[in-house]
Ligand binder design. Sequence first.
Ligand code: PBG
Ligand code: ZN
Length: 326
Amino acid sequence: MQFPTTRMRRLRKTPQIRKILSETKLNPENFIYPMFIKENLKDGQKEHIDTMPGQYRYSLNDAVDEAKRLENLGLSSVLIFGMPENKDEEGSSAWDKKGIVQNTVRRLKEETDLVVITDVCLCQYTSHGHCGIIKDEKIINDETLECLSKIALSHAEAGADIVAPSDMMDGRIDAIRVDLDLNGYDDTIIMSYAAKYASAFYAPFREAVCSAPCFGDRKTYQMNPPNINEALKEAELDIIEGADILMVKPAIAYLDVIKAIKEEFKVPIAAYQVSGEYSMIKAGINAGYLTEDVIYESLISIKRAGADLIISHFAPEFLKHNMFEY
Ligand code: PBG
Ligand code: ZN
């Protein structure tokens, strides 16, 4: 059948018809909200992150209050990033049982029903800002694994539902799984940043949490943007090592990667709409060049590509304004 019998516009005729025929839908449960918690920040003095308009660094108490407010709006999960008072060569404050992330997790698990996810990495905690241990200006893979395991275990002990290693060292999922299991945390979920690219879209985040590397870049551990076969290999290895959920990061510039991994492996996939994606859209809206509809459009594209979960700074805005339809 073809034109004039077939008319595609018939199914676009009214908002109601378009609505019932939407192939993809965003639900509140799809969203994970990243939060930045700064150790020793005074309550009531949340700091605006200038590179990410509308996002803040919170004190522990303020973060818990904000999380409760968002839970009431329908948020289901948060991803916790800590900003420690003290940094050193090894990033040892990252596995402190009384560290900022560990304290935040305990409070959130006591006072909310949110799914609490923690970022497991060293870069906010090391004086050099790299995601691993350094010797002679090189990031040493295998020694870093011990640190990552200690961090993940301390998060699990604090009550984290999901630990999310973002370092991109080889073998970290296996190392973390083994240590969690040995210590009785066999039901702590691992969400691996499986395909994490060395992306310039992370710049606002590094400014936000002071984690920029003080020399070199992250290209010897994060992935090279032209590659997709490598992403499939990373995903496969992480599944073999015991990852429960795989993540692709960034999202919008890597929709093909989300789709390829989802098609190849039937496991839950998360996609991270990173700081630069958020700030770029915000800047366009604030300048009046774009309307807020681009927020929905960017998020639905991530879902359409195959992501089950979307980590996004737009989560609060999205829930508050009920942006579930176009
Ligand atoms: C590092 C880390 C990064 C992000 C989260 N954890 C990127 C990086 O500095 O390489 C980026 C998040 C964002 O841009 O929103 N472990
Ligand atoms: Zn890192």
